[in-house]
Write a protein that binds this ligand. Structure first.
Ligand code: ADP
Ligand code: MG
Ligand code: MG
Length: 249
């Protein structure tokens, strides 16, 4: 599904990603961990197509297409969901209308007609049940006055509605309480299918108490220095990163 080969990326001439290699197949959940400042969010931003980062070498292939050639919108329409893509508040636009526009933009890209009002409502109902989001929240303006937990829930709801092939969730360092962790983890687990995949970026070992990843990767200083199964997360919880950093350098 996704192949990242020797990816190098810089900001303002400073190299942050120094040769990332990663392969993700349908049905897999990958966790990317590592100390603060390792380049985890940079990797997510580069995959999202944020302009401030310059890719200086390597390639990213998503379902046979060169991802780096696509606009951020087209990456989304090709089936990549980035958790932080719509964190903005949009006063005056209800979640319902926002999601209908997003779902229809994806359908149009695939050559499908707009979803009917009744099918859309049915989809909203089904998906809001899966991710346990309250109708009160979907009737409110996008993210306006949402708490941290509500924003997270909303993010997972958007993911449920767009039915992406690949979801990339970057757990930012701030404001992640245990409820938000649970919401993300439960959503990811419930939405997991044999034909979709998830990359969860986190430096919280605790998230992995709730999500069971198939692979755990440690990113340090712009490189993946270790990849193993879920047992690596437990080892990191116990021992931290120091033993790996000495090993990996
Ligand atoms: P992580 O998510 O693993 O904590 P980041 O990707 O946020 O790491 O940061 C990796 C490195 O890139 C850090 O040294 C950080 O200071 C630098 N960096 C990230 N964003 C910017 C930016 N906008 N301008 C300059 N340096 C940046
Ligand atoms: Mg950080
Ligand atoms: Mg980060």
């Amino acid at each position: 599904m996704l192949q990242i080969k020797n990816l190098h990326a810089s900001i303002n001439g400073k190299e942050i990603l120094k040769g990332i290699n990663l392969e993700v197949n349908p049905g897999e959940v990958h966790a990317i961990m590592g100390p603060n400042g390792s380049g985890k969010s940079t990797l997510a931003s580069v995959l999202a197509g944020k302009e401030m980062f310059e890719v200086t070498d390597g390639e990213v292939i998503f379902e046979g297409k060169n991802l780096l050639d696509l606009s951020p919108e087209d990456r989304s329409r090709e089936g990549i969901f980035l958790g932080f893509q719509y964190p903005v508040e949009i006063p005056g636009v209800s979640m319902t209308n926002f999601m209908r526009a997003a779902v229809n933009a994806h359908r149009e890209y695939k050559g499908l007609t707009a979803i009917s009002a009744s099918d859309f409502l049915k989809m909203m109902r089904e998906k809001s049940q899966i991710v346990e989001i309250d109708a009160k929240l979907t009737n409110r303006s996008v993210n306006e006055g949402f708490s941290g937990g509500e924003k997270k829930r909303n993010e997972i709801f958007q993911m449920a509605m767009l039915e992406p092939k690949l979801s990339i969730l970057d757990e930012t360092d701030s404001g992640l309480d245990i409820d938000a962790l649970r919401i993300v983890a439960t959503g990811v687990t419930k939405l997991k299918r044999p034909d979709n995949a998830t990359i969860v970026i986190t430096h919280y070992q605790r998230l992995l108490d709730y999500i069971v990843p198939d692979f755990v990767h440690v990113l340090y200083n712009g490189r993946i220095i270790k990849s193993e199964g879920k047992e690596l997360a437990l080892e990191l919880e116990e021992k931290g990163y120091d033993w790996l950093i000495k090993d990996g350098e």
